[in-house]
Design a protein around this ligand. Structure first.
Ligand code: TRP
Ligand code: SF4
Length: 329
């Protein structure tokens, strides 16, 4: 299998610590292991659900790009780019859309689930049904062998594999059949112990200042069974303890013991966490702060990334056109 990697995130806001552990840390590892990595800001994919309110997309794309780089993606090693700046994504998507049977898309569990959940938006659109077709174009344009993603995106890569096989069957061997690289990561709950999500207002963002972090950790949910300090706590069900294990690992054992033994109080525990979390995110925050001050430099990186991505994309597109029979002139 080849060593090309592609993955992406939709620009719908700044990234949080769930993204850091769930994706970015793994993306950085692959980059540092010498894989040929393409990391994309999927603005066309954002359009599929946010088409009625795309006013913030440029700002969000900048936020995501800054978070990528601050978290350790290195534009010298990885190709970091905005999807729509490489128009070949749309072109390959169009060709794929001709060969993908609609039942493949209609039975996609992600599609069914999202349509149920996002009832406030009208998602009875052609583009939303075709979301995984665009994702297949993203992956196959770079002939990626591996796609690092979370389990929720696995059905989309499964469809990508089917699309690659179908294209190869119809027009001859062209695309590698990519494999999922599932990110094995600790699940990080939101500050209220639900899934961390922008819409729940329970995120710790990579860009949060120490003051904001202290405020958020100070208000975190704890063990609901522990009302008074003299009550023994249950760290296993406490989101503060989940964070302690990640951001204050050296002290987690003691905290667990002192929580169970009713020695440490929750206020004190959360205070300590706030300090450790602020410290943990310091380098990322500093780097991000520097990037935010110079948008021109940021766009230089993204323009260069798009140019680099486009070289590969154009070569694949040329091949795909010829294979399909669209060879003129
Ligand atoms: N659909 C992905 C998400 O919502 C983002 C994405 C778009 C992507 N294109 C991709 C991920 C290609 C992996 C590969 O998270
Ligand atoms: Fe959670 Fe810490 Fe309170 Fe124990 S002491 S319940 S780990 S916040």
């Amino acid at each position: 299998m080849n060593r090309n990697i592609l993955s992406g995130m939709r620009p719908t806001g700044p990234l949080h610590i769930g993204h850091l552990f769930g994706a970015l840390a793994n993306w950085k590892k692959l980059q540092d292991e010498g894989y040929n990595c393409f990391y994309m800001i999927a603005d066309y994919h954002a359009l599929s659900t946010e088409y009625a309110s795309m006013g913030n997309v440029k700002n969000y794309a900048e936020e995501v790009a800054m978070d990528f780089i601050a978290a350790g993606l290195n534009p010298e090693k990885s190709t970091i780019f905005v999807q729509s700046m490489v128009p070949e994504h749309a072109e390959l998507h169009l060709i794929f859309s001709m060969i993908v049977p609609t039942p493949w898309l209609e039975r996609n569990p992600v599609y069914k689930e999202q349509k149920k959940q996002l009832i406030a938006k009208d998602l009875n659109t052609y583009g939303f049904l075709g979301y995984p077709v665009l994702q297949a174009a993203d992956i196959l344009l770079y002939k990626a062998g591996y796609v690092p993603i979370g389990i929720d995106q696995a059905p989309h890569v499964e469809l990508t594999r089917e699309i690659a096989k179908r294209f190869n069957y119809l027009y001859g061997e062209t695309f590698p059949v990519p494999e999922v690289l599932l990110t094995e990561t600790p699940k990080i709950p939101g500050t209220d112990n639900r899934k961390m999500s922008k819409s729940y207002n329970n995120c710790i963002y990579l860009k949060d200042t120490p003051e904001i972090i202290r405020e958020k950790t100070g208000k975190m949910f704890t063990d609901p069974k522990r009302i008074y300090k003299k009550d023994p706590g249950h760290p296993k069900t406490c989101p503060v303890f989940t964070y302690q294990k990640l951001f204050n690992a050296g002290r987690a054992g003691e905290i667990e013991r002192d929580c169970r033994g009713a020695v440490i109080g929750c206020t004190e525990c959360k205070k300590e966490l706030g300090e450790m979390l602020a410290l943990y995110l310091k380098d990322i925050r500093d780097k991000r702060h520097a990037l935010a001050k110079d948008r021109k430099a940021l766009w230089n990186i993204l323009n260069t990334g798009a140019e680099k991505a486009r070289k590969t994309a154009l070569a694949t597109m040329k091949e795909a056109r010829i294979k399909t029979g669209l060879k003129y002139g």
